[in-house]
Every structure is written in C-alpha cells, then in structure tokens.
Design a protein around this ligand. Structure first.
Ligand code: SAH
Length: 217
C-alpha cells in the first residue's frame, strides 16, 4: 500500500469506535466533527486520534475516545436536552455533547482548566456550552435541573445532590468505585413512580473527583 492508501488517523479513529460497538450515528458524527487534536497538549497532537487517555494540565487527563463515545451513547440524548457535565478537563467531552443537545453546562474545579476549555470551545463555535469554575459535587452551585448528568471523574457513590439535579425521566452516568482503582460506569435513570433504575455498564478508570475548588500554584 502506498501512503495515499493508508487509512487516515481519523478514519481509523472512527473505525475503532465502530468496532468497539458504538452504533449511534449521531454520536459517531459528533465524534467525527470534534477535532480532538485541539484538546490535547501540543506535543501530543499526533497521538490525538489514538484510542487512549492523554495527560492535560493540572495533572488531569482527557478521556479515551471510546469511553467518551460510549458514555455519550449511554446518555441517550435528544436535541432538546439540557446536560450537566462534572469535570470539564480539556473540554473535549463537553464539545462532543454540544454537537448533540441544545444546552451544556460543564463544571471544573481547576480555574486553569476551565479557562483553557472555555477558549477552545469558543474557537470551535460551541457557544451553547457554559463552563463554570466550581465543585460540581456541591449543592451550593445554582445550576437548576438537567435532563442528563454526566460525571467524568471517579466517585465512590452517586451523591444525592446530583440525583436532585435530574429532571423527571432524567439519566445520570458516572464512574463509581475506588478513586485510584477501577470504577464501574453506572447509569441511573429516574422512573415514573419516583424510583431509580440502575445499570452497571463497563469497567473504566477515571481520575478522582475531589471536593472544593482546586488550589492552584
Ligand atoms: N471530561 C474531561 C476529562 C475529565 S478528567 C475531558 O473531556 O477532557 C476529570 C476532571 O474532573 C478533572 O479536570 C478534574 O479537575 C475535574 N474534577 C474533579 N473533581 C471535580 C469536582 N468536584 N467538581 C468539578 N470538577 C472536578
């Protein structure tokens, strides 16, 4: 095969997502639309389309593309949804969400990360994403209610304050488990009778969620 025949990195990226079971066309399109190279560190740009997590500032990570696509698919989004993400990090997951729904609010405890995510999202024209600096697990943030909540940092249990942010029929997806080990991606859905339906989906590994604003030096 000549170089021209080699599937491009981006084609391989899409292929990997499909091979690993992502089938929602809207999610695949959103993954195709968002340039991951704009969210990784400059020296990692040529690795941007590999299916691996990569380091970002403040000792955090941008998630593995498959996991981003999988969580997005499991949220079962509709265009009219309002979505809350806890853990902005690079802003990549928020950009993917913003391709699929009308309104995204994303919360990050590091101001440095929130500021750079804001700049990237503005550059890409994601103007219906609101980035907030704060502790996304705190009840004090005046955020309102959401159709979907996505946590992208490891939590040991799903806090009541996040469940309280869900609108009727709301769905929350979060990695639940030990902060420095392997977590289970858990989906919680509010049922009509006021109950909760819980499904465990996949083993994942996220950086831990921490309380309070980050102290930056
Ligand atoms: N979704 C991100 C990756 C998340 S990494 C992306 O697409 O790049 C997890 C992020 O959660 C980190 O940036 C970390 O600082 C943040 N975080 C951890 N605990 C938090 C909390 N309580 N509130 C808000 N953000 C938090």
């Amino acid at each position: 095969m000549s170089d021209a025949d080699q599937p491009s990195e981006k084609m391989k990226f899409q292929l990997t997502l499909r091979q690993r079971g992502i089938s929602d066309q809207a999610v695949l399109r959103a993954m195709e639309d968002v340039p991951r190279e704009a969210f990784v560190m400059a020296h990692d740009r040529e690795r941007a389309y590999r299916d691996t997590a990569l380091p970002i500032d403040c000792g955090q990570t941008i998630s593995q593309p498959f996991v981003v696509a999988y969580m997005t698919e499991q949220l079962q989004l509709k265009p009219q949804h309002r979505v809350l993400e806890i853990g902005t990090g690079s802003g990549y997951q928020a950009a993917v969400l913003s391709r699929l729904v009308r309104d995204v609010v994303t919360v990050e405890r590091f101001r440095t990360l929130a500021d750079s995510a804001k700049r990237r999202l503005a550059k890409l024209g994601c103007d219906h994403v609101q980035v907030q600096v704060g502790d996304g697990l705190s009840a004090d943030l005046p955020l309102g209610q959401f159709d979907r909540v996505l946590v992208t940092a490891a939590i040991e249990k799903i806090p009541d304050v996040l469940v309280a942010r869900l609108a009727p029929d709301g769905v929350l997806v979060a990695p639940v488990g030990p902060p420095h080990g392997i977590q289970t991606l858990r989906r919680l859905r509010l049922t009509a009778g006021g109950g909760q339906e819980i499904k465990d989906l996949l083993d994942v590994r996220f950086v831990p969620a921490l309380a309070g604003l980050a102290r930056e030096t």
